[in-house]
Design a binder for this molecule. Structure first.
Ligand code: MG
Length: 385
């Protein structure tokens, strides 16, 4: 039995995690749930899964929940609530699925409290991969990936050291604008928010769906992989695979390649992270190769999708540059969704602020957070100019 704390229980990864927990009541117990502002869903989840503690951002809403739930469950709020849950004595593993930078402090707190962490929030490894992995090594805890690509690589690596790897191959669906004949570069300024939100193979939150359309999602995943598997950027490759059946691959030094495949369903990597090293039986995911027919691969188009090279540059430079890339991208996606900038301007804005940044090497958490704040101000200024 694994005792799990879930930070971000009402989001897309959170609700999938609750499905997985519902499938495996003898193997997964949810001891803590934290949500942003969806009080109603959190209450529903709490009644069903009966965690020992929950947390919600707004203290007033926490009071309402306390009044409703009585003494059955401890109710916390705010950033402090997240830290309380991340260090809950009963927890074996903390799954962090909060969007944005709010997951960073709870992740480190969990590690320092000796908990394994499962990471769904990209920001944690993108911004502070070096710090998080070195703290995890010091405290002897595992950092498990919930992202389908990193889960695939983790499964294929199966404990082999970085020296046995020639390349990691992250697969990318290519997003809704993959086809050059339908979406040549000249047409990119015409891309609307509505069109960008239609993803061909995965159903996900809004930010990550736009990131999948720009391929910034893959860029962030390249940086995550670099830290998670201790493989320098030059050995982290991307190949476009529109069917999203091969979730990623490891090419070993002898030329042999292992891949992990399945019909796309986030429940699978979530379940693997929470039951690792065991494999739990589940009928949820079924893959029919005859029906799929063919698996195809192509080179990513770096002309139309400059995000990949920006991410490679940030990952190679390291220090505070990945945090800057991440922060500006967040501001730019928001601006695109509010129709303030065009689709190609998302990566132009990221490049512009990255060019202006003075990188601090081996940064402290404070320096990382400061670089994030600086980048957001710079991005806002660029937006208003
Ligand atoms: Mg992914």
């Amino acid at each position: 039995m694994k005792n799990v704390v879930l930070l971000g229980s009402t989001g897309s990864i959170g609700t999938s995690t609750l499905k997985v927990a519902g499938d495996l009541p003898d193997q997964i117990r949810l001891v803590g749930l934290a949500a942003g502002n969806n009080t109603e869903l959190l209450l529903q989840q709490t009644r069903k899964h009966q965690p020992a503690a929950i947390s919600i951002t707004d203290p007033a809403k926490a009071k309402e929940l306390r009044d409703t739930l009585g003494t059955a469950c401890e109710v916390f709020s705010g950033d402090e609530g997240l830290l309380k849950l991340a260090t809950l004595p009963a927890a074996d593993i903390v799954l962090i699925a909060i969007v944005g930078t709010a997951g960073l402090q709870p992740a480190l707190a969990a590690i320092r409290a000796g908990k394994d962490i499962a990471v769904a929030s990209k920001e944690i490894l993108v911004m502070a991969g070096e710090t998080v992995m070195s703290e995890a090594r010091q405290h002897g805890v595992k950092v498990l990936a919930v992202d389908s690509e990193h889960s695939a690589i983790f499964q294929c690596l199966d404990g082999k050291p970085p020296s046995s790897v020639r390349n990691l191959w992250l697969t990318a669906s290519g997003g809704p604008f993959r086809d050059k004949t339908i979406w040549p570069k000249e047409k990119f300024p015409e891309i609307t928010v509505e069109r960008a939100l239609k993803h061909p193979s995965w159903v996900m939150g809004r930010k990550i769906t736009i990131d999948s359309a720009t391929l910034f999602n893959k860029g962030l995943e390249m940086i995550e992989a670099r830290w998670l598997f201790d493989i320098e950027m030059a050995r982290v490759k991307v190949v476009v695979h529109p069917q999203s059946i091969v979730h990623s691959m490891v090419e070993f030094v002898d030329g042999s390649i292992l891949a992990q495949l399945s019909t796309p369903d986030m429940c699978l990597p979530i379940q693997y992270a929470l039951t690792y090293p065991a494999r739990a039986g589940s009928d949820r995911v079924q893959t029919n190769f005859a029906k799929i027919g063919s698996l195809t691969f192509e080179e990513p188009d770096i002309e139309r999708f400059p995000s990949l090279n920006l991410a490679r540059r940030a990952g190679e430079a390291g220090g505070t540059l990945p945090a800057v890339l991440n922060a500006v991208n967040e501001v730019a996606v928001e601006a695109f969704c509010n129709r303030k900038i065009s689709f190609p301007e998302i990566s132009e804005m990221v490049r512009h602020v990255m060019d202006a940044h003075r990188v601090a090497e081996h940064p402290t958490l404070e320096q990382i957070i400061a670089a994030d704040a600086w980048a957001r101000i710079e991005a806002a200024r660029h937006l208003n100019s």
